[in-house]
Ligand binder design. Structure first.
Ligand code: GDP
Ligand code: MN
Length: 407
């Protein structure tokens, strides 16, 4: 699960990590009202208005409705005009940003609607660094990545100048050791008070990552200010879904408007669904069978449109939801249902398919392969349903048939 920048910063602040002062706003009035207290508390006449969407690249992104407007805007009007000028500029920005669609390299061409803004104090930037804590599944540990090339596209840095990325492994038993934190700080060219602050920053951040079960914390840029303090100017945070039950407060930060509606419906009905880019929708029970179904589709020259596991004990409603989710994907040209009825009975699956198809229709060909408990009854129900389905006796035949039908 991902959260917004403002939420990530709230969590960081609660763990004692320095972040700029800021206030989230969902209306123009709220954005304007945030200005005066921020300017007074920070003593900095500059504020920044930032779009809150679950995607990066906002600083360089532009709005569909306002091609000249960026996703992150530094407001300097207050340097000359005082706080009233800042308020007027923020009003104008908020008016145009809220409800508009921001397109960045990470949103794809359709962009994302901006429903919230974060109004933040300005920071006097001396250097922009990159810092991330990410879960390395191969090592089964968090690793810290740091670079002097902050504020830039880190994938590009990794590709073109990989030596500019420093790494350290976090031992889960002891956390990031002081010598490791020192080494990262020196590698970033930090000295004196900024080095000391960085060491505390990165140690606190890695401890927080472990405590909150994050799979990613990315701070780009991590800023060294002209006052030689170290502060998180941006914050991206993702969590291991399997550990969310341990963090109900974080689970509550979920913003459903940012999530793929199909994945959301799948989650609510208890299905494991992951959208892919192919054309053959798959409905399978069991993760292992789902994997091998995807393999065999590829083997015969097709591309799966999704991974979908209806689980070992799915009911007819879940099967119907699965059909709804698969057919909602405009890329889907055919559906392959591949079920081994062990715990799950084939007649239950058949009933689900019949009611699902009656509900949403069947705009594309469907191949059904059933095997296992009550298979004869299941097949009979499908035959008598009058639905336009193709049946297959085994997995190989089913995969071949669906690939042919979607050609
Ligand atoms: P992203 O583009 O989605 O990663 O958004 P960021 O939060 O990283 O903001 C983009 C850029 O805006 C940063 O790299 C900074 O250069 C700039 N920026 C953000 N806040 C401030 C600020 O307080 N002062 C100044 N001068 N620039 C800022
Ligand atoms: Mn950033």
């Amino acid at each position: 699960m991902k959260i917004h920048e403002y939420q990530a910063k709230q969590l960081m602040a609660a763990h004692g990590i320095p972040v700029p002062l800021g206030k989230v706003a969902v209306s123009v009035e709220a954005a304007v009202a945030a200005v005066r207290p921020l300017v007074e508390q920070s003593g900095n006449p500059v504020v920044v208005v930032k779009s809150q969407i679950h995607a990066g690249g906002r600083g360089k992104g532009t709005f569909k409705e306002h091609p000249d407007l960026r996703g992150v805007n530094v407001v300097t009007a207050g340097l000359q005009g005082g706080v009233e000028a800042t308020e007027a500029a923020v009003a104008d920005l908020a008016e145009r940003m809220l409800g508009s669609t921001l397109v960045t390299i990470q949103t794809g061409p359709s962009g994302k609607r901006v429903n919230r803004l974060y109004v933040e104090q300005g920071v006097n930037i001396d250097r922009e660094l990159y810092l991330a804590v990410l879960l390395d599944r191969a090592l089964a540990r968090n690793i810290v990545m740091a670079s002097t090339e902050g504020g830039m596209d880190i994938e590009k840095v990794a590709e073109e100048t990989p030596d500019k990325i420093l790494r350290a492994e976090v031992d889960p038993a002891v956390g990031l050791a002081t010598f490791q934190a020192n080494g990262l700080g020196w590698g970033l060219g930090l000295e004196g008070p900024a080095h000391t602050e960085f060491v505390l920053f990165v140690k606190t951040l890695t401890a927080m990552a472990t405590q909150l079960d994050t799979d990613l914390i990315e701070i780009n840029p991590l800023v060294v200010t002209k006052e030689a303090t170290v502060i998180a100017l941006d914050g991206k945070m993702g969590f291991d879904d399997n550990a969310l039950y341990r963090h109900p407060d974080i689970a509550n930060m979920r913003d459903e408007t940012e999530e793929d509606p199909a994945e959301l419906e799948a989650k609510e009905t208890g299905l494991s669904y992951i959208k892919l880019n192919g054309t053959i929708g798959c409905m399978v029970n069991g993760a292992g069978l789902a994997m091998s179904t995807m393999d065999i589709i590829k083997h015969f020259g097709g591309e799966p449109a999704n991974f979908l596991d209806v689980g070992g004990g799915a009911n007819a409603e879940q099967v119907a939801a699965a059909i709804r989710i698969i057919t909602a994907d405009p890329n889907v040209k055919g559906i392959f249902v591949n079920i081994f009825g062990g715990i799950m009975r084939c007649d239950t699956i058949a009933a689900g398919i019949i009611s699902g198809v009656k509900e949403v229709g069947l705009p594309v060909p469907m191949v059904v392969r059933l095997e296992g408990t009550n298979v004869e009854l299941g097949k009979q129900m499908l035959d008598e349903s009058g639905l336009n389905l193709v049946t297959a006796t085994d997995m190989k035949e089913g995969a071949q048939k669906i690939v042919e039908l979607t050609r």
